[in-house]
Design a protein around this ligand. Sequence first.
Ligand code: ADP
Length: 219
Amino acid sequence: MDKVESFKCRILTWDEIAKWTEAVAYDIADNGFRPTVVIGLTRGGWVPARVICDHLQVKRLYAVKTEHWGVTASTDGKALLTQELNASIAGESVLIVDDITDTGESLILAEQHLKTMGPKEVRTATLLHITHSKKEPDYYEVEVPDEDWTWFIFPWNLHEDLRTILPKTLYEPKTVTGIQKGFKDQFQIDVPEELLRRTLRHLAATGKVHKKGAKWYKA
Ligand code: ADP
């Protein structure tokens, strides 16, 4: 039998994201920082970066992509910069935005890269900050102590995360109700049945799970 994997997750709502993004933007404005360019770290920082542009009246939004080797909830492996900036930021006040600092490596890498491009200033913002991160962003809304480490399921990543997590509940064949209980017991989240069935359909279509009788099996 497979090892039973378990870690704490939390499903975030769009309302929480809107509230935190607004709070970060107001904090930046109150602090007197006026970014002329916003850089979203894709993919996680993309939505908050766009919303921060709206609050702070910034028209120039660009993307830099960092990727981590590993899967959901794995913090080992190195972060890589896979998409450099292809715009000039010489003399600009730059704000880098990401969703969360966990290892902090993505933000450190992006900041190092952008600082080589002659900006006047570079500052960083995230919605959440886990205190073990190697980098503390200049602005963030929610501080998460190390001991409360959680895998946050962002609304823009909901289906992808559920597709990653669901097979971890199938260390033994289960019914839909059993899978739902697995989400609760192993990951502390309540997943509505409709959503769970949709995730199963996606996974079945790509051959990652299959059904026999009333039970679902991992491929
Ligand atoms: P960082 O460099 O910001 O610590 P990582 O390089 O470990 O983050 O991971 C990069 C991306 O992975 C983050 O921007 C975020 O989208 C996602 N991520 C990392 N840790 C978490 C977490 N605890 N919950 C949800 N998403 C996470």
